[in-house]
Ligand binder design. Structure first.
Ligand code: MN
Length: 324
């Protein structure tokens, strides 16, 4: 059984959870748009579409098929939680056909899944979970965080899998502040944390199915940084904090998503105030995308199969002690 006490559960982790539970919400992006104009000049911007004054879902494949292999971005928080007795979070729910990448900026998240994996990620840590052929998982505030309360802010990015890997065995990668390389920028200008892919010779620890660069960039006011986003790759920035000027001309503000054309490579970022920028950059997967709720496949038939398999218990079963 999915989703007891939903209204309470959803307050912690944001609308990606609501999406995962509300199976009637579909993702429909059958076609990729053309790469567009010649130059990777800026920009197409949108604001996060939030609830309760918080950002929430920033974008999804329905709005942005040109972001392939990235399917969805959710910004949960920042929010301040009071001490509580009952942990907030998202109860058991399924996924198939893609990966969820959870980046903790503040707070603590506990994770358990029916593939037998689990763990706690705290500030600066990342969980890179491959749903693959399918699993059930739950994501909650840690008991300690629940007890003390405090600032909570998490990003969750969904990364698509190529057709040939959609039914791969589930995998769980816990990437901690110890294993995520941090490249210091000159003159104390900030830092680049490499979660996946590469920056300035530093390699991120995430193993991925297609080439992606996922970076957590912190830039001090007045500082500049030039990123090579690979000609032909999809590329987007989400501004968590502060304001930036891109390629010397276009400004982007807090909670804005900036989507670049695929052609071209370099983007110059100048921080107008202390800025935190989440960088998504990857080789497009040129395949049809058919998603429905927590399943992202290539055809409607595969979505139907996911529902059948889910009902047959092929995604695993919730531990006995939790079904009482
Ligand atoms: Mn989930």
């Amino acid at each position: 059984m999915l989703g007891g006490g939903r209204s309470d559960l959803f307050q912690g982790l944001g609308t990606v959870a609501r999406l995962a539970h509300d199976l009637e919400i579909g993702l429909r992006a059958e076609h990729h748009r053309d790469a567009g104009p010649e130059h990777r000049l800026v920009v197409d911007q949108q604001h996060a579409d939030g609830h309760d004054g918080r950002p929430g879902i920033v974008t999804s494949v329905t709005e942005r098929p040109e972001l392939s292999p990235f399917i969805l971005l959710d910004h949960a928080g920042p929010a301040d939680f009071k001490p509580a007795a009952k942990a907030r979070g998202v109860d058991w729910h399924p996924h198939r056909g893609f990966e969820t990448v959870t980046v903790v900026y503040d707070g603590e998240v506990d994770h358990h899944d029916t593939a037998g994996n689990g763990g706690r990620i705290a500030k600066g840590d990342v969980q890179w979970m491959t749903a693959g052929s399918g699993l059930l998982h739950k994501e909650f505030h840690s008991p300690e965080f629940t007890k003390t309360g405090g600032r909570f802010e998490v990003m969750q990015l969904w990364v698509n899998l190529p057709a040939k890997s959609k039914m791969t065995a589930p995998r769980y990668q816990e990437l901690t502040t110890k294993t995520i390389p941090e490249v210091a920028l000159p003159d104390g200008g900030g830092k680049v944390r490499v979660i996946a892919g590469e920056y300035a010779g530093a390699r991120g620890p995430a193993e991925t199915f297609t080439p992606v660069n996922v970076l957590d960039v912190r830039l001090r006011a007045g500082q500049k940084l030039v990123l090579d986003l690979r000609d032909g790759y999809s590329a987007a920035f989400y501004i968590l904090r502060g304001g930036v000027r891109l390629n010397g001309s276009e400004d982007a503000a807090e909670t804005e998503l900036v989507v670049f054309e695929r052609a071209g490579a370099e983007v110059a970022i100048e921080a107008l105030s202390d800025a935190t920028v989440f960088v998504m950059n990857g080789q497009p997967i040129e395949e049809p995308v058919y998603g429905y709720g927590p399943f992202v496949m290539n055809t409607p038939k595969e979505i139907e199969q996911a529902f059948v398999d889910f009902r047959l218990g092929k995604f695993g079963t919730v531990p006995d002690e939790e079904t009482a």
